[in-house]
Design a protein around this ligand. Structure first.
Ligand code: DLL
Length: 444
């Protein structure tokens, strides 16, 4: 039997949630009442918040207008780790319908929980994000985000189901099988990390399949930083429209913000559920204005199991006015995380800067790694950019490309580095979030 998808409606035909179309004034009034409720709820139910508010000398009744939020203390990943496993929960365990957790590779896992209502809200926001990105009820959705404790797989799954899609829950990995199912099931949309979609496209080409010839029309990509250059690469290679989806487990999971396919100008933060702020990452007492670059901070407005107050995401970006959803501000692309920044001889550098520059050089592929070393007897750190050449270019053809990359990095980033162009397929591929930085410097 073949499944006939309903003909997708044009992007503008979608029926939006009422909150997507309200005015900024109405939205801010809603934010204020939800915020007042959330800070009181967190204070009453989570000992950590009571302790922190008391120490800072603030009380929930001090929140009279939205700008009063900056009187309240921040919450960090460290707080969640110290409260491991369930200390941050604001409801008794039997009201927690699901638990997710971060991988915990750099210490204790951070654990998050959801009530039934939280799960319904989450599904609604992922559905809203997917719809904004072009996905429609009746479409087949290939979900290649990892299932399990990671919020990507199940979060995206529930959202696609809530939207009324046919979900194919393949998870990440088993790339050959992904390709077979894309060929056989003919999905309309794919949900994956950008680097994993690149892995899939690459593997298709190796099998002699043109990635532009599949049934896929839309991709909704997130969970790691990616650039406009990567969007262009994926859209052209796969003949799709690729949009961003942003989120983090401490705040909810995917769907905190989503991008509209008709504008493709950054993800709209769903401000009826989250109040964003931008702070100076080095002086967090400074709350920055819209348009200014800094660290993104979130306060949840509707969460029951794990209300989160002023969570410092470490993600660096800026807030921009709403466009396709005028009341909801957009976030600029995440340039990187403050804890993923390489400081090389005093110059700050993010992998996304290298991605941006490398993808403008036709001979070079998007597959690269950054290696940091400190050669014996030297005090200076060295950066080596290992990057694969494109299959179509000869070894001789890449010598000048390497030089161009080195020069461009020097000009645009300010760092001297070594560029090593390697054979196609020789660098590690991603099944989910890709590791770009390899720090091989001796530990102090
Ligand atoms: O990555 C949630 C998610 C799943 C988002 C699937 C989108 C799609 P965590 O594992 O907690 O949650 O990691 C959150 O990933 O603080 C960012 O640094 C990064 N991140 C997530 N989405 C984006 C994005 C999920 N669209 C951390 N662009 C966040 C850049 C992103 N970075």
């Amino acid at each position: 039997m073949t499944l006939h998808a309903t003909e997708p409606a044009a992007a503008t035909d979608a029926v939006l949630d009422r909150e997507e179309t309200i005015s900024r004034d109405e939205l801010e009034a809603l934010q204020l009442s939800r915020l007042q409720h959330t800070v009181a709820y967190a204070y009453d139910r989570v000992p950590l918040y009571k302790r922190k508010f008391d120490e800072a000398g603030v009380h929930p009744t001090d929140l009279r207008e939205l700008s009063d939020l900056d009187k309240f203390p921040f919450t960090t990943k460290e707080d969640l780790r110290l409260e491991y496993p369930f200390g941050m929960f604001a409801v008794p365990q039997h009201e927690v319908a699901r638990i997710h957790a971060s991988s915990g590779t750099t210490g204790r896992a951070t654990v998050v929980g959801y009530t039934k209502k939280d799960l319904a809200d989450w599904a609604k926001l992922v559905a809203r994000s997917l719809r904004a990105s072009g996905v429609r009820p009746g479409m087949k959705v290939h979900n290649a985000y990892g299932y399990g404790l990671f919020t990507g797989g199940m979060g995206a799954h529930a959202g696609a189901e809530a939207l009324g899609c046919t979900v194919i829950p393949i998870s990440g990995g088993q790339t050959e099988r992904q390709i077979t199912l894309i060929q056989d099931f003919k999905p309309d949309a794919i949900l994956a990390t950008p680097t994993y979609l690149l892995t899939i496209a690459d593997a298709m080409m190796k099998q002699g399949i043109d990635p532009a010839s599949t049934s896929l029309k839309y991709a909704v990509l997130g969970a790691e930083p990616w650039t406009e250059e990567m969007r262009h690469e994926l859209e052209v290679t796969m003949n799709i429209k690729a949009c961003d989806i942003y989120g983090l487990s401490e705040v909810m999971g995917p769907g905190v913000a989503g991008e509209a396919v008709e504008t493709q100008d950054g993800s709209h933060i769903w401000e009826d559920h989250f109040r964003p702020e931008i702070i100076d990452a080095f002086d967090p007492t400074k709350v920055l204005g819209d348009g200014e670059h800094g660290e993104l901070v979130f306060t949840s407005l509707t969460k029951e199991a794990l209300p989160i107050i002023r969570y410092r995401t470490k993600d660096l970006t800026r807030l921009l006015p709403g466009t396709a959803r005028p009341a909801h501000r957009r976030m600029g692309r995440i340039t990187g995380r403050s804890d993923d920044m390489i400081i090389l001889r005093g110059v700050n550098l993010f992998p996304s800067q290298i991605e941006e520059i490398a993808l403008r050089i036709p001979e070079l592929s998007p597959h690269f790694q950054l290696e940091l070393t400190r050669p014996e007897g030297q005090r200076m750190d060295q950066l080596t950019v290992k990057i694969e050449r494109r299959e179509s270019v000869t070894v001789e053809g890449v010598a000048s490309a390497a030089k161009v990359l080195q020069q461009q990095i020097k000009i645009h980033v300010g760092s001297s580095c070594t560029v090593s162009v390697v054979e196609p397929g020789s660098l590690e591929r991603s099944n989910g979030k890709l590791r770009r930085i390899y720090d091989l410097r001796p530990k102090a």
